[in-house]
Ligand binder design. Sequence first.
Ligand code: PDD
Length: 290
Amino acid sequence: MARLVVIDGVPCAPEEAKISVYDRGFLYGDSVFETVRTYVGRVFSLDLHLARLERSAASLGITMPVSRDVLMREIVAALANAHNEESYARLMITRGSGALGLDPALARTATRVLLIEPLTMPPPETYARGIRALCIPTVRASDAAHSAKIANYLASALALRDARAAGADEALVVDRNGLVIEGTTSNVFAVADGRLLTPSLESGILDGITRELVLERARELGLAIELRALSPAELSASDEVFITSTIRELVPVVVVDGRTVGLGVPGKWTRALHRAFRQHVGAAWVFGED
Ligand code: PDD
C-alpha cells in the first residue's frame, strides 16, 4: 500500500513533498482539483475528470501547465507505481507562485500536485445501514466560481464540523433559497412518489460524474427523473435519500435533520441504483443482501 506524490511531474516521497510558500493554492486557495479512483486497479473515467479539471481551470483563468495527454500519462504511471489494490488520486492545479498580492496576474506558471493514496471505501455497514445528515445553510467559495471544482472547501469543512458536532455524519448544503443542493463533497438525490429527484446543474452544484452515471442507470431502470432541489422538510419527508461521489459511490441517508427518512433503512431504489452502478463500473456487489 503506497502513498506517492508527483509535483510538476517529478515523483517524490510524501514526507519530502514541498511546494513554495508563495504558491497561490496555499496562500489564497487559488486552485482547482479533481479526485479520481481505480476499479480493479484501472483508473475510472479519467477523461471525464480531466475534461472537468480543464473547465474548472478555464473558468478561473488558470492556464493548464501541460496537456491532457501528459496529465493522463503522469496519473497512470503514478497509479501503476503505487501498486495499491485500489487507489485514489487527487490532482491539484494551482495558479502558481509569484510576488505576494491578491492580483492573480502576479502568478506566472501553474503548479500541479498529484497525490496517490490507497483507496478504502466506507465500511459495508455504512451502505447497509445508511448515514445521518444535517441540512446546513452556507455560502461556498464555489458559488462565485461558476461551479468550478475549486480547492476552497472552507465553508463545507465548517459545515461538516457542525454536522458532526450535532451527531450527524454528513452536512447537506442549503443555499440562499432555502433549498438542499449538495453534500459537502457529494451530490444529493431523493426518491419520492416513485420519482428520482436531484438538483439541476443550474442550482450551482458540481456536475458530478457519479451523479450523471446514476441518472443514466435510473433511465435504464425506467425510474422517472425530476431535476429539482428540495427544502430540508421535503427532503426528510422523502421515501429515500442518498448522496453520490467518486470515492463513496452511492451512500444511503436514513436520517435528515433528526427525522427518519422512509423506513429508516436504505431504500429499494437506492440499492437498485447502486447495484446497477457497480455493474456499470465492473465492480462486484459487496454491500450486503437486500
Ligand atoms: N468531489 N459535489 C461536490 C462539492 C464534491 O466535492 C464532489 C466530489 C461531488 C461528486 O462529484 P463526483 O461524482 O464527480 O465525484 C459533488 C470529490 C470526490 C472530492 O471532493 O474529493
